[in-house]
Design a protein around this ligand. Structure first.
Ligand code: FES
Length: 74
């Protein structure tokens, strides 16, 4: 599914960026181009990033790792 029409960025691209270390919308913007045009995709891109981060850390690791801090500012 396309998330960012301005730059042709898909949900899969954002999930890949999350796996490669994106921690904020700014990181997603740098790595994929999403949200660097009109910006209307920013909320959806951030939601996908947060959801991806929650899915990539197994529950047992959350006991020993601090909660992820997702930056919402660009
Ligand atoms: S739709 Fe993503 S920047 Fe315009």
């Amino acid at each position: 599914m396309y998330v960012c029409i301005c730059h042709g960025v898909t949900e899969k691209d954002i999930k890949k960026a999350a796996k490669q270390g994106a921690q904020s919308l700014h990181d997603v913007k740098q790595m994929t181009g999403a949200s660097s045009g009109c910006g209307s995709c920013a909320d959806v891109a951030l939601d996908i990033l947060i959801e991806s981060k929650q899915q990539t850390t197994p529950d047992f690791l959350q006991v020993i790792q601090p909660k992820l801090s997702i930056q919402t500012t660009a």
